[in-house]
Structures are given as C-alpha cells and as structure tokens.
Write a protein that binds this ligand. Structure first.
Ligand SMILES: NC(=O)c1ccc[n+]([C@@H]2O[C@H](COP(=O)([O-])OP(=O)(O)OC[C@H]3O[C@@H](n4cnc5c(N)ncnc54)[C@H](OP(=O)(O)O)[C@@H]3O)[C@@H](O)[C@H]2O)c1
Length: 239
C-alpha cells in the first residue's frame, strides 16, 4: 500500500522536486497544478502514470481547494501527507518605507502565502482525518522569523511568512491533540522561479533542496509536541 501525499504549487521549483522525490520513494502523489501551460509536471506524470495524478489548484480560491479535495476524494479515501509549498513574492518587495508601498501586491502575497495554506488544510482535513500519519507540512521561510529579521524592505513577503507561522501555530494548538503532526520548514535559497525566471544565483537546485526537505517531512521526530521552524541544515530558527 502506497503512502499518499498532496503537494501544492507542484508545477516547478521546489514543489516539482518534492513530487519527484516522493515518487522515487514509492509514494502515491497528487500534485497541485497552477500553471497548466508549464510542461514539467506533465512529463513527470508520463514517467509515473500510476503513481502521479495532477489536480488543478489555485490556493487563492477556496472553491478551487474544495474542488481539488473532491477530485482526490473520488480516487482515494485518505491523504497521509499534505505539503503546503505554493508561494509567491513580488519585485515590489524591494521598496523601503520611505517609498510608496505596493499594497495591491502585498494583499496578493498575503492571500497566497498566508491564507492559501489555510484554505488547503480546511478543504483536505476530511481526507487527512482518515490517515494514520496526519502530517501537515508548511514551506515557510527564514524571512518570517521576527527574531532574526535584518531586512530593511521586503514587507509583503516577510510579513506573509510571519503570518503563516502564526496560522500554523493556531492549527497546531487545535489539531495536535487530535493526532496531527506538523513540519514548518525553511528550504534555503533555492534556484527556483519566484522572481519569474529561474534564479541561477541561489545556493541550491530544487532537487538538492527537496533531498534535504523530504526526510524532515516524512520521518518521525523525537518530540512531535514541539512546533519548530527548521531549516535545510537542520537548524531551528526562533519565531
Ligand atoms: N526559492 C527560495 O529561495 C525560497 C526560500 C524560502 C522559502 N521559499 C518558499 O518555497 C516555496 C516554493 O517556492 P519556490 O522557491 O519553489 O518558487 P517557485 O519556483 O515560484 O514555485 C512556486 C510554485 O507555486 C505556484 N503558485 C503561485 N501562485 C499559486 C497559487 N495561487 N496556487 C497554487 N500555486 C501557486 C507558482 O506558480 P507561478 O510561478 O505562476 O507563480 C510555482 O509553480 C514557497 O512557499 C516559497 O515562499 C522559497
């Protein structure tokens, strides 16, 4: 029997690499597709025709999250591992407070990065409730750490990840007593597409980042009652 995972933002970057790594480990994977015109997820589905299913998903819309959960429900009776990976940033992050902020973009970033995972968890809880594992994973960021913040700009992205972290803590308070387990993660600086094109200056290829992330997401931890933001080197970050 396969273990079953759902990954959001699976078209490219870290999400695609996480799907690939799970499939290589024998998982059955449902991949949330946001960019139907982007070819790599389709290529992966041809390599794993039985184990990978592509599911349309815009984490910015609750109807889309519910339709994705409904599609998965029509194929399997539970999901073991939900990886909330989808995320966005914006070039307008660079403005300091002495410049005009782009509030429209800030709303969009908050809507996707902070509220998106809430929509997905809400929609998928009935599937996760039927799992033995009940594992909720969140790709957050060092950018959400208030204690270590040193940037003098990047309001939209940093605030969205700090808000995500608070949302996760509230979910943890509620769902940990029901047997849920949580992973909050900073993947490192990844050569992904957050700026619109592949960032070749970053430290890690998505495949390297996924190889660091997957053991943390999949394996048991000594203390599941402690919620921690952990990075790709295994270091725990202060909130
Ligand atoms: N890259 C880094 O250095 C870094 C560092 C720390 C944390 N992270 C986090 O890592 C996660 C993965 O990002 P990545 O680096 O792999 O970036 P990426 O290559 O841009 O991948 C993110 C994927 O999510 C998709 N997406 C955007 N809006 C969506 C929506 N409304 N619904 C569903 N999917 C949506 C993106 O599509 P579009 O390309 O069309 O937007 C893209 O396919 C994000 O949560 C990010 O904040 C990244």
């Amino acid at each position: 029997m396969y273990a079953i995972a759902f990954v959001t933002g699976a078209d490219r970057g870290l999400g695609l690499a996480l799907c690939t790594g799970l499939l290589e480990r024998g998982w059955r994977v449902f991949a949330g597709q946001y960019m139907p015109g982007w070819p790599e997820l389709g290529d992966l589905a041809r390599t794993y025709p039985e184990a990978l299913r592509i599911v349309p998903l815009d984490v910015g819309a609750i109807d889309s999250a519910r339709a994705a959960a409904q599609s998965v429900t029509s194929q399997v009776d539970h999901v073991d591992l939900l990886i909330n990976n989808a995320g966005v940033t914006s070039p307008s992050n660079r403005y300091s407070i002495r410049e005009s902020q782009d509030y429209t973009e800030m709303h969009r970033i908050y809507d996707i990065n902070s509220l998106g995972p809430l929509r997905v968890v809400e929609a998928f809880l009935p599937l996760l409730d039927r799992s033995q594992l009940k594992r909720l994973c969140f790709v957050s960021s060092e950018a959400g750490s208030i204690a270590r913040s040193q940037r003098a700009a990047w309001y939209g992205y940093c605030m969205s990840k700090a808000a995500l972290n608070m949302g996760i803590k509230i979910m943890f308070n509620h769902l940990r007593p029901e047997g849920y387990t949580f992973r909050v993660y900073h993947p490192g600086w990844v050569r992904s597409y957050m700026s619109g094109k592949k960032n070749t200056e970053a430290d890690l290829e998505p495949e390297e980042a996924a190889a660091c992330a997957l053991p943390f997401f999949i394996e048991a931890r000594a203390d599941e009652d402690r919620l921690e933001l952990v990075d790709y080197l295994g270091e725990t970050w202060p909130w």
